[in-house]
Design a protein around this ligand. Structure first.
Ligand SMILES: Cc1cc2nc3c(=O)[nH]c(=O)nc-3n(C[C@H](O)[C@H](O)[C@H](O)COP(=O)(O)OP(=O)(O)OC[C@H]3O[C@@H](n4cnc5c(N)ncnc54)[C@H](O)[C@@H]3O)c2cc1C
Length: 472
């Protein structure tokens, strides 16, 4: 008899799920799925409450969807990853499991955990099967002619595009099992969880699919133009769903391909972002030091980054005195999400203008983003701080006021998140005059630094490193 256990991690869905499909390939096999809560591990990896709650909130609907396939979803808790091998071994024995399925992880700690699990279950005649899921083209498959990983995006993308034809078509849900060796009615329901973010991101696979459909139908064609303007809500806002796997990236690709005839430019531009997503995952897999909070460009670890807790707190709270920066950081506090343009502006402001260690910002984002993802977050931060591969050049320092005028020309986004400035007109809102604020009785802090001086400082620090070549 073939009994399978599917270990769900960041793949909380029933459709297009390679591990579930593989477990169900034999119609006679009985299948159970498990989701393990690991509170200490989450804390060690800086996963914040928002992201954890979001993940938990979709478990009840997932349990119900799986039950319809005669697959029990067991939700259990261990402290951290070190306890998982023993948990798996115990249950493989108790349930007579012959095959354990999961999706391949690329982070160092997770790879070690999976190796330990494979060894633990192998002792009980059970095999751990790891399948590719998270990327469109799995890490290790997009290589230069010399067989090395790409570290520059444009040639990576060229090679990646040529491999897109090899991406398997997104599949549906597996057919229902005949039976389940656990009593489906007796399996405990997942603990109730406040859906704190439900107003912005209703939890679950059905909500994720509905958002994908809506984005493709209404926003994709204008995406190339509107994606950079935070007030227009022109991006898909699918990142939280992709981060916890309510949706697969293959489903996204297929949706784009279906619609590509409508407007090639929007589709190409969105595909470009999905490529960045793969790119950073490939970088993380090929250069594991980025999982260890080390700069990709090692030399930049010698920069004398500031570690000023008071200034950092002003940035976190959105009280820098630069309205567009404060608006972005307040959006993060309110929605546990931030628009990409704002992420770039806020990250650049912290690392370049404030010259505060980019890792502080990276950790803050990990702790507060619903879509917290180590590869994309680290890649984004190292890009902005000029410490990464193919990063923005160190001498390019975003001017927050010019960025604000360009990407929020009417100041509507600022008005929404910095309501004390709502009465200002489009000309003054980007850099409000202190005397005018006083005269109007508006309580908003003056700019915490002089951008021109800050720019000179950061460029001088980078120049002192003589960091003119990339190393890898
Ligand atoms: C400093 C910084 C930190 C970031 N941290 C994260 C993070 O923790 N998690 C995360 O998913 N994204 C992160 N990003 C990338 C990007 O900001 C978000 O993916 C995007 O804002 C999500 O919005 P969306 O779903 O509307 O994206 P869309 O524009 O609709 O793009 C579609 C999808 O492509 C992916 N994507 C888009 N842009 C990027 C990018 N630059 N890098 C990698 N993937 C991308 C996302 O999965 C996104 O959902 C970060 C960017 C920066 C500059």
């Amino acid at each position: 008899m073939r009994r399978c256990l599917v270990w769900l991690r960041h793949d909380l869905r029933t459709l297009d799920h390679p591990a579930l499909q593989a477990a169900c390939a034999d119609p006679e096999s009985e299948v159970v799925a498990v989701y393990l809560r690991t509170p200490r591990q989450w804390a060690l990896h800086d996963l914040g409450t928002a992201r954890i709650e979001f993940e938990q909130a979709c478990l009840p609907s997932l349990q119900a969807d799986l039950a319809r396939l005669n697959i029990a979803l067991v939700v259990a808790e261990v402290e951290d990853d070190t306890q998982i091998p023993a948990w798996m071994a115990r249950h493989v024995v108790a349930w007579s499991i012959t095959h354990l399925y999961a999706h391949r992880a690329h982070e160092i700690d997770e790879q070690r955990r999976d190796a330990a699990v494979a060894a633990a279950v192998a002792g009980h005649a059970c095999h751990l099967h790891l399948l590719d899921d998270v990327c469109l083209v799995p890490p290790g498959r997009v290589l230069t002619r010399e067989g090395r990983p790409y570290i520059v995006f444009t040639p990576f993308k060229r090679a990646w595009l040529s491999l897109l034809a090899t991406v398997p078509a997104a599949s549906g849900a597996p057919p229902p099992r005949r039976a389940c060796f656990l009593d489906l009615d007796a399996v405990a329901a997942p603990p109730a969880c406040a859906e704190a973010w439900v107003r912005f991101w209703p939890a679950g696979e059905a909500a994720a699919l509905a958002r994908l459909e809506q984005f493709i139908a209404t926003d994709l064609s204008g995406y190339a133009e509107s994606r950079d303007h935070p007030e227009s809500d022109g991006s898909s806002r699918l990142s939280p769903y992709l981060a916890i796997g309510n949706l697969s990236v293959r489903q996204c690709l297929q949706a784009v391909q279906r619609s590509a005839g409508v407007d090639g430019r929007g589709a190409a531009s969105w595909l470009n972002e999905l490529c960045w997503r793969d790119f950073y995952r490939h970088i993380l897999a090929a250069f594991p030091r980025v999982c260890r909070h080390q700069a990709f460009l090692r030399a930049t670890d010698a920069l004398p980054w500031r570690h000023d807790a008071v200034d950092f707190a002003r940035w976190c709270e959105g009280r820098t005195g630069f309205p567009i920066v404060d608006a972005g950081l307040r959006q993060l506090r309110e929605q546990a999400w931030m628009h990409n343009r704002l992420r770039m502006i806020c990250a650049s402001f912290l690392a370049k203008d404030m010259f505060i260690d980019w890792r502080w910002g990276e950790r803050h984002f990990m702790r507060h983003l619903l879509d917290a993802d180590i590869a994309a977050n680290n890649g984004g931060w190292q890009w902005c701080a000029s410490t990464g591969n193919d990063a923005v050049p160190y001498f390019r320092v975003f001017n927050p006021v010019l960025q604000s005028r360009r990407f929020d020309p009417q100041g509507d986004f600022i008005r929404r998140y910095v309501p004390e400035l709502a009465s200002l007109d489009a000309r003054s809102i980007h850099a409000p005059d202190a005397a005018m604020l006083r005269a109007r009785g508006i309580d908003y802090p003056p700019p915490m630094l002089d951008h021109a001086q800050a720019r000179t400082r950061v460029i001088a620090h980078f120049r002192a490193l003589r960091l003119l070549q990339t190393e890898a």
